[in-house]
Design a protein around this ligand. Structure first.
Ligand code: ACO
Length: 325
């Protein structure tokens, strides 16, 4: 029996914020943003919704596509760093929204690697027969933790959710191998400093914008390329495959230049690389499942194809997952 992705779904808020809109908000330009990041526009969630609402919408689509009922799900895992609340977990709100209860529902905090970490956990839960149909989501509302006066960061992020439903199957589909890791020594390089036990919310933390994303862009860039490449190569090696066996490569969408440097290093052609950053920007844990969903819709991913997922994010965390779709 292999681990099969039954179906996927995505939710992107309707509101679009273009680079030209940002030109009116901070000292930036469409040309700078496109050249330096590859982003043209990003989606912004309305004030009325939270992360769990986006996951719920994406989940309903995935359930329909997979001919499943909500009652068929017996575990929910949400990769997110922008949960509805510190607790309960966003996954618990999704369970409630879908009219379900009883089975485990929990979040995974691994920043941009959250969905990938969630799939790896789901694989082991399925293989040990702890669950039969697992809903794994990557979802973020990063624009609610963005400092809209900081041009270094506010141009980079967007909102959205992507989900996949996983089961065990005796057809050809399987997760062939994976590689995952973290380096907590470098956590300070990409951090939302306040709001946790280290620096609880106060008037001062709000005044100093410490509830928003803080990062050393150059260092993040360097480590992202290095560890995405190492991780992808390790996953290929673990499966006894080479870069030439990959039909579609779906990397985390942080910056087009990170993607270009990584594919050059691993040796994957651009034609085999899924690029969505231009239309959705960086949605952290959500970028990979949303990009896979777009790939299916656009006919770029067929059953039997070899799919390589690859991520890097705050922590630092990273991972690669090799799938026979
Ligand atoms: N518009 C115009 N100018 C800008 C902007 C902007 N939005 N942002 C920065 N600049 C300026 C800087 O002020 C600087 O000006 P100066 O030379 O006068 O000081 C100049 O552009 C160069 O800035 P750098 O920060 O040195 O540019 P860099 O080449 O590092 O690119 C970037 C910045 C795009 C953020 C890059 O470092 C990057 O993408 N890093 C990866 C970080 C990332 O993607 N983080 C997302 C979360 S992590 C993840 O998802 C893996």
């Amino acid at each position: 029996m292999g681990v099969k992705f039954i179906s996927t779904g995505r939710f992107l808020p309707d509101k679009i914020l273009t680079n030209f809109d940002l030109e009116k908000m901070v000292d930036t330009s469409d040309e700078w943003i496109r050249t330096m990041t590859g982003i043209r526009e990003r989606r912004i969630a309305s004030d009325e919704i939270a992360t769990s609402d986006m996951v719920t919408e994406a989940a309903r689509i995935a359930l329909e596509k997979g001919n499943l009922k909500p009652q068929d799900i017996d575990c929910i895992i949400v990769g997110t760093i922008t949960p509805d609340n510190a607790y309960p977990a966003t996954a618990c709100w999704v369970q409630k929204n879908l009219g379900l209860k009883g089975f485990p529902a929990f979040d995974v905090s691994a920043a941009c690697s959250g969905f990938l970490y969630g799939v790896i956990i789901a694989k082991s839960l399925l293989e040990s027969k702890i669950a039969t149909n697992i809903l794994v989501a990557g979802a973020e509302m990063l624009t609610k933790v963005t400092n809209w006066e900081d041009r270094n960061t506010c141009v980079l992020f967007g909102d959205g959710a992507g989900v996949a439903i996983l089961t065990l199957s005796d057809d050809n589909s399987d997760i062939l191998s994976y590689n995952w890791g973290a380096n907590g020594n470098l956590g300070e390089l990409l951090i939302q400093p306040a709001g946790g036990s280290r620096l609880p919310a106060s008037h001062e933390t709000v005044d100093k914008n410490l509830h928003t994303v803080t990062m050393d862009g150059k260092e993040v860039f360097k480590h992202a390329v290095r560890w995405m490449a190492i991780s992808a190569e390790q996953a290929l090696k673990n499966a006894g495959l080479t870069k030439d066996d990959v039909d579609l490569y779906v990397p985390h969408q942080a910056n087009i230049r990170i993607i270009e440097s990584t594919i050059k290093r691993v040796g994957i052609p651009r034609e085999k690389t899924m690029i969505t950053i231009d239309r959705i920007a960086n949605i952290s844990a959500a970028t990979v499942p949303i990009s896979v969903d777009f790939a299916i819709e656009e006919g770029r991913l067929q059953r039997g194809d070899i799919l390589l997922l690859n991520t890097f994010g705050g922590g630092f965390t990273w991972g690669a997952l090799l799938i026979r779709w």
